[in-house]
Design a protein around this ligand. Sequence first.
Ligand SMILES: Cc1ncc(C[n+]2csc(CCOP(=O)(O)OP(=O)(O)O)c2C)c(N)n1
Ligand SMILES: [Mg+2]
Length: 598
Amino acid sequence: MSSKVSDHILDRLRAWGVTHVFGYPGDGINGLLAAWSRAENHPRFVQARHEEMAAFQAVGYAKFSGRLGVCTSTSGPGAIHLLNGLYDAKLDHVPVVAIVGQTNRSAMGGSYQQEVDLHTLFKDVASDFLETVNVPEQLPNVLDRAIRTAHARRSPTAVIVPADVQELEYSAPGHAFKMVPSSLDSSGWSSAPTEEALNRAAGILNAGEKVAILVGQGAAGAREEVRRAAELLGAGVAKALLGKDALSDELPYVTGSIGLLGTRPSYELMRDCDTLLTIGSSFPYTQFLPEFGKARAVQIDIDPHMIGLRYPYEVNLVGDAKATLLRLLPMLRRKDSGRWQEKVISDMERWEDVMARRAEVSAHPINPEYVARALDPLLPENAIISSDSGSVANWYARHLRMRGSLRASLSGTLATMGCGVPYAIGAKFAHPGRPAIALVGDGAMQMNGLAELITAAKYRDLWEDPRLVIAVWNNHDLNQVTWEMRAMSGSPQFLPSQEIPDVSYAGFARSLGLTGIRVEKPEGVEAAWREALTADGPAVVEFLTDPAVPPIPPHATWEQIESTASSILKGDSDRTGMVRQGLKAKAQEFLPGGRKKS
Ligand SMILES: Cc1ncc(C[n+]2csc(CCOP(=O)(O)OP(=O)(O)O)c2C)c(N)n1
Ligand SMILES: [Mg+2]
């Protein structure tokens, strides 16, 4: 049976195992949509409210499934809207293919309606592969390479298909000059470094006495091997934000997150170690790694293009984390003294104790840390958690402890607002049998989340496990930035840019037929989580939280951190001072209790 180019695109996506495409319609892809109708919506077209959300859903789907994310949009405005989501994929190394419409070939270059130069628009974001299908014979090669490249480089790629090309009869590339055939199969593979490089790495790791390991998302496939390495080396293990679910926080020597949102033990682990082993992470903040020259360092990364960055590593092992560690482990000698690791373990106990106490401090009306802390023991064992960007990412990083099959992610490198809800929707399509939980600030909720509740309401019946909890920290403030301004320049909150209106998130959810709960007092927090986590469909639970609780930086001293566990400082200058001093790590200016010496 003859078929059009558009039919063949869907056919080929199915052949690649693609089951969902996140998108939004427009006349640049009308031909494709007609093919979707002929194909009885297979793969499923998931309609977002906005193309950026479609791209975020594709990223969330890919992050949580390990499969390819696919999104689609029309030309011009639709393509432009996709950009931020595609950049999120690029910066977090997620395989996503965008299939984008373009005006008819006859109109190109004519400043035609909705015509923008898509090659220029996507040149950077889809720099690994970006091509326009001009004739049907080109299609298999272009689409297959876009998919293969997205996987190989773990990056976004884009295929542009002019509207009239979508309507052409498909004809396969022939056995002829200037024809480029393609094929489908791809075998499993893994890469590992040479024996010589492994030996050099083992030499450094065996010589160290205080070993710190830093893991990122690239270590997720090597949990058991990372554990064995940490135990042999007597190491502490810090996790980059994107690697939060790469290792269980139940291991006592895991110091949790690193960086500005991280823990004091992670900070000290890096500050005091003499040897660093980084596995599958391109954590960007060098100032949280050991001082240059203070530690000898080894890196393991699958990407030869990304390795060796961020720290002057002595040995750069290019390879899959699991395959490389399996070869490296037999070369490692068990350390004699466990003292370094014991110190890490006791620091972590102290940190957990302080965090629990910080969450108990009373605030007005609700302490935002308590909201996250209260969720931790209630997390369903197979939940998938997304966090938006904002102060909520601090509470996500510090109060939720990974264990069992919990999964968690956020926009780690682009740190874009607005990804929390669409990531969770992507997760529900990737794993309809698992509960998903999005943690979102009120600013991010107003930016994107509210609109995507409509998408959640639209698709709720497709999800075998009905639970999709959207938690909103309603503090009437763009709080993370407010604190950054206080910390950097000592500026008081600039209300015209920072204050945001109160919105009834719960009320809006109810208007869509979803569960909506508004919590105004701390006593209601736990019960609200329980209600949302047992609702028979998507549930929005909003907590009125106090914007005066500072996200304490990890390089504030123990004394400063301890002081914030007994009271929240009142008055703008005290709070400002504490965060500024925390950033400068000047403990001596503070007394326990958080008051500045007069
Ligand atoms: C798209 C985008 N715009 C702006 C920012 C800068 N930014 C980072 S966090 C933040 C505030 C977020 O506010 P909200 O969602 O209310 O969370 P809160 O910090 O109050 O918990 C802003 C404006 C960003 N990261 N992404
Ligand atoms: Mg806010």
